[in-house]
Write a protein of this length. Sequence first.
Length: 404
Amino acid sequence: MAGASALGYVFVVIISRALGPADYGGFSAFNSIGLVLAIPAGAFQVVYARRVARRGPPAFDLRLPLLVGGAVCLLTVLLSPALAHVTRVDSLLAPVLVGLGLPPLILNGALMGGLLGLRRIGTLSLAYVAIGTSRVLAALAASALGLGLTGALAVVTLASYVMAGTLWWLCRAEAHLEWSAPRGDRNTVFRTLYRSNSAIGVLMALTTVDVVLARYLLPPVESGQYALVSTLGRSPIWVTQFLALALIPTLATTGSPRTILRASGLVLGVCALGTAVAAAAPEFWVGLLGGEAYSAAVDLLLPYLALGTLLALAQVLVIAEMAQGRHVLAKVAWFAVAAEIILCLAFCNDSAIQVLTAAMVAAGLVVVVGFAELLFGARPTPAPSPEPPVVVPVIYSRTGPSDT
């Protein structure tokens, strides 16, 4: 996972320079939209890891991921005129390519969850690195061929299909298409997916909607600069994600508020250290990732790291609640996302710092409510689960670092 994240930043270095700020803003917006639409990939990863760990290869059924991927693809293609309008892109082909790239992303989630459930950790590790490598190669191809926004999306989509085929080949002995599965089994999977999608989906939305809003509200070059800084500013989420995931086994059995507070304190410490390193030379970090064309956005880096810290805390609180079988904070987070959109469309739409401020208000609301519930609410009792909890590396919100 660390190697894949590093390759993700290499991908950003290449593609941001190849496209320039104006087109990179559109690319990042489409990438964010695609990740939100690919929320089922993370849910399938969780569900399949649990099911396959418990029942073995008979539960490694690819039928549902293929159906969901096809449905989400069709929905995206139908919405392509609206998506092109929101992202300020003239071509309808760009959002159509985003839709065509969703089936392999969702299938990859199920395949990687199956590998984890089978405890094929070496193969899973290879898959993470291979996905990161394929994206870097796609970026190099787009740069070498001088492709624009649509061409870059096309080669990234092609790379996703190549990786889905490769993962299927690695799992071919266990994965299957069981079209005649019992109805009760299908209903159980749907209910589990729905619950997982809610929590994972709100985290994706909370960490990506500001990039899409920036693309819609700001001039193209400014939106591209904002998108690049967001890739650096959201690093607290990636760096501390293992802490949120490590809470799942403990909280599923004890529901200890002290455990959540300890994890939150560690998140704050890691984020403070990272912010201090960035504050010493913000020009260096922005220049390293995007080059001189993005230098005007240097002043956004430290405020965005503050937003990244709030999002990292929100991640811990939402996943901790999810581990205990509760969804109150997830509902608050959905309200915060809606409030952020309204705030930007109505008031905070004149500059990048205003969009960023609206995002900080939304993330701050989730964090305040989460800690208030933790400190002053009744001690939660974890809901019993028929399946043993599994810590699963669900990677979301990747403008740069990874797809699944």
